[in-house]
Design a protein around this ligand. Structure first.
Ligand code: UD1
Ligand code: CA
Length: 456
């Protein structure tokens, strides 16, 4: 919409958050509140987006980056004063100004779009998004004229006893005709209970100037939840999670128990996957089709291929292939690539490593800084000895290797493809100072044949 600019008010500190972080940078469903608002606004493709910053302006500006033009409000004298900071950029603009707040992260882009459409279609000076609440406490009340247009918005602290009973409230989200807004803003004073310049006063001012203001009632009141405290934050989180879970299920994913499943907004899950209880999918996770995740899986910024089964495990910034089994009780740390058909079992930690197709690390192992080939089997309790107290060294294990139980891989070390090792082997290192050691190529022990014989 080229005839639209958006203004997001985000100067407030959020006193009731009791936090060192600006309110709009607190996260809901894994992303700062301002990101949710920016996403909703950006879907409308406005010509420009302004964010009015104040408390820790630099931090908010840095966070918004190229997504918005940040304008600092040096002193916080109210919502009208906040919008006034953007006026110099709006003087020549003829079109719609969407004003919204940075602390209402549940707003949907569809609702914003509808609001803009309404104002345009009805040719009114402004359209206010309102909703009806059983408990309107804390919000500005919407006072209507007989013909249904909006007469004014009264802040709770300024209401009389009749107005206090009104259940239709101002969501703080509006679309104005730009030039009408500028006209009204000039006339806003601060003679009210809070000695602030209220943006809400523009509504009554527009009426006095003989312009019409309409209200659009939001169907879903949860969309406009404003976050002013940590309790509000938890409430917003719960609603947004429900919404995400519903959307995920809509796409053909089974979520066994949405109440105990935490899925961030950027997560993508393929069809026929099943998310079991007590699972947290954080950040940018991508899961293929027909996967089973959980119970008790915690995935962060990771990819999982189709048909994989991950339970009771942590997987952080890793790439997991298809038909992989992980857990119970496995920790896959950042920088891992686990190829198709791998099995990683109980009490196994893998970090900065690649595990080739069809390989097994089934019990009690630590694999760090290693490249493991395909169809290799790492015996129970085998570990890479990758750290000499000063730096980390790599381990390379070929294809079709068989390592017996409790193998120590003293890095740097290379284990040739096809080799087999009995239990308790110490490969590499040779007792020498590790950092003085060139890459050692381990030699198979003599009894390897016997091991093989016993197995077959
Ligand atoms: C505001 C509305 C109220 C509405 C409610 C919805 C006014 C006067 N009141 O009240 O009718 O029901 O939102 O949530 O507008 N801000 C600035 N600079 C300022 C003051 C505020 O940028 O000088 C920002 C805040 O960071 C916040 C937003 O504007 O994002 C709203 O301000 P807040 O003080 O929370 O207003 P409310 O009292 O909630
Ligand atoms: Ca508020």
């Amino acid at each position: 919409m080229r005839d639209l600019v958006a203004v997001i008010l985000a100067a407030g500190q959020g006193t009731r958050m009791y936090s060192g972080l600006p309110k709009v940078l607190h996260s809901v469903a894994g992303q700062p509140m301002i990101d949710h608002v920016l996403m909703a606004v950006r879907e409308l493709e406005p010509a420009r987006i302004y964010v009015v910053t104040g408390f820790m302006a630099d931090k908010v500006k840095e966070h918004c980056g190229r997504r918005a033009i940040c304008v600092e409000q040096k002193r916080r004298l109210g919502t009208a004063h906040a919008v006034r900071q953007v006026v110099p950029y709006l003087r020549d603009f003829r079109g719609n100004v969407l004003v919204t707040v940075g602390d209402a992260p549940l707003i949907r882009s569809e609702t914003l779009r509808e609001l803009v459409k309404r104002r345009k279609a009805h040719q009114v000076a402004a359209t206010v998004l309102t909703t009806e609440l059983d408990n309107p406490h804390g919000y500005g009340r919407v006072v209507r004229n007989r013909d249904g247009t909006v007469r004014k918005i009264v802040e709770e602290k300024d209401t009389n006893i009749y107005e206090a009973d009104i259940r239709e409230i101002n969501t703080g989200i509006y679309v104005f005709d730009c030039q009408r807004l500028l006209e009204a803003l000039r006339r806003v004073g601060n003679k009210n209970a809070q000695r602030e310049y209220y943006l809400t006063d523009t509504i009554e001012i527009l009426g006095r100037l003989n312009y019409e203001v309409e209200a659009m009632v939001a169907k879903d009141p949860t969309e406009i939840i404003g976050v002013n405290s940590r309790a509000d934050l938890a409430r917003a989180e719960a609603y947004l999670r429900q919404r995400i879970a519903a959307a995920v299920m809509e796409q053909g994913v089974t979520v066994i128990d949405p109440a105990t499943t935490y899925i961030d907004r950027q997560v993508r899950i393929g069809r026929d996957s099943v998310i079991q209880p007590f699972t947290i999918l954080e950040g940018r996770c991508e899961i293929g089709e027909g996967a089973r995740i959980g119970p008790h899986a915690h995935l962060i910024d990771s990819k999982v291929g189709s048909g994989s089964h991950l339970r009771f495990c942590c997987v952080d910034k890793a790439e997991i292939g298809a038909n992989v089994q992980i857990g119970p009780y496995a920790n896959i740390r950042p920088g891992c690539r686990v190829r198709d058909g791998v099995r990683i079992g109980t009490f196994v930690e893998v970090t900065r490593s690649e595990i080739g197709e069809q390989s097994d690390v089934l019990h009690l192992s630590y694999i760090g800084d290693a490249t493991v080939g395909s169809r290799t089997s790492i015996g129970t309790g085998s570990v890479t000895v990758n750290f000499d107290g000063r730096r980390k060294w790599p381990t390379r294990i070929g294809d079709d290797v068989f390592l017996g139980s409790k193998t120590s891989l003293v890095a740097p070390v290379e284990v040739p493809s096809g080799s087999r090792w009995r239990h308790n082997a110490v490969l590499g290192g040779n007792g020498a100072e590790c950092d003085a050691q060139p890459e050692a190529t381990a030699k198979p022990v003599k009894s390897a044949r016997r091991v093989r014989a016993k197995r077959s």
